[in-house]
Design a protein around this ligand. Structure first.
Ligand SMILES: C[S@@+](CC[C@H](N)C(=O)[O-])C[C@H]1O[C@@H](n2cnc3c(N)ncnc32)[C@H](O)[C@@H]1O
Ligand code: SF4
Length: 296
């Protein structure tokens, strides 16, 4: 346990389970996506944390002599902080925790709008090597309906900026986000976005509604229908078929998925597609997560 007072709940990507979570902001600066309830509780109103408090926490962790090799900057979009603040945090990490080899963060495309490639390169030199970008979709109609506040173009511009600065990106796409009506265009345009961006990592999750569908369904005139298993597999088939990636680590193994898929795209495209097609044609022949095993 690190000597840090977190404002709960705190979220991190599954792959950051070993990392020190440094809460450099509370909440999400956008906080409007209609599917997302992560930072909607009263105590999660967006607020950057004071630099002196962040420094104190880093110093306390360093004095606790616990081994820390990775740091994840929380909460929902720490990359919204100005360049100067991010650089100062990275310098503090480097000074007090010199053994840290990777710093990462969630990042919205708009967080990078006012940051230059040179500034991002500087952050990279100071240790920021990976950001997680919840693109969710590459389809502008879907993006508008979920109030992501981003478009295909804004998402692509951010991903290309990251690439130029040599900061790795891990993109999240949400299956089922457009319902049955927009399923195909959601998959095809998401693949088009990935093909142009060539992120280092791509993961897909199935959109889930633990707090109910009401808020999400409103922009769909209240008529949103969730995809069933077969429709989710069909959407995955469209997505994989359209993906033309050179070297992207692909994971569809989050607990929200019925069918676990993992591989490197393009190399593993055909075996992955074969698995999805098997799930479509003979669901009893593949191993699927049961409803009770799924979660967000
Ligand atoms: C903390 S949030 C995102 C970080 C950052 N704010 C962003 O949007 O890129 C992490 C990711 O969880 C996923 N997520 C959030 N709510 C979800 C839901 N209801 N169902 C499935 N995935 C969800 C989305 O892919 C989201 O991008
Ligand atoms: S998905 Fe990301 S940007 Fe959207 S509300 Fe949730 S944390 Fe904020």
């Amino acid at each position: 346990m690190y000597p840090i007072d977190y404002i709960e709940p705190v979220f991190r990507p599954p792959s950051e389970w070993k990392s020190l979570i440094l809460q450099v902001t509370n909440g999400c600066s956008w906080n409007k996506c209609t599917f997302c309830d992560m930072y909607t509780s009263e105590n999660k109103k967006f607020r950057p944390k004071k630099l002196e408090l962040i420094e104190q926490e880093i110093v306390d962790v360093a004095s606790s002599k616990q081994s820390v090799s990775r740091v994840f900057l929380a909460d929902g979009d720490a990359m919204m902080l100005p360049f100067e603040r991010l650089a100062a945090i990275l310098v503090l990490i480097r000074t007090h925790l010199p053994q840290v080899t990777r710093v990462s963060s969630y990042c919205l495309p708009r967080n990078l709008k006012n940051k230059t490639v040179e500034q991002l390169q500087h952050l990279k030199e100071l240790g920021l090597s990976l950001v997680y970008v919840g693109c969710e979709s590459g389809d502008d109609e879907v993006l508008a309906l979920i109030d992501k506040g981003e478009t295909f173009d804004s998402s692509l511009a951010a991903l290309l900026k990251l690439k130029e600065a040599k900061i790795k990106s891990s993109v999240m796409i949400l299956n089922g986000l457009g319902g049955p009506e927009l399923s195909k265009q959601h998959a095809i345009n998401s693949a088009r976005l990935m093909n142009q961006a060539q992120p280092e990592y791509l993961s897909t999750l199935v959109v889930s509604f633990p707090m109910g569908l009401e808020r999400f369904a409103k922009p769909f005139n209240g008529r949103f229908r969730q995809l069933n298993q077969q429709q989710l597999f069909k959407e995955m088939e469209y997505l994989l078929s359209e993906l033309s990636l050179e070297k992207t680590i692909f994971r569809s193994d989050h607990a929200s998925n019925y069918l676990v898929l993992k591989g490197i795209l393009g190399k593993d495209k055909e075996p992955l597609l074969a698995k999805v097609r098997m799930a479509l044609d003979k669901p009893q022949a593949v191993s699927l997560r049961q409803e009770w095993q799924r979660g967000l």
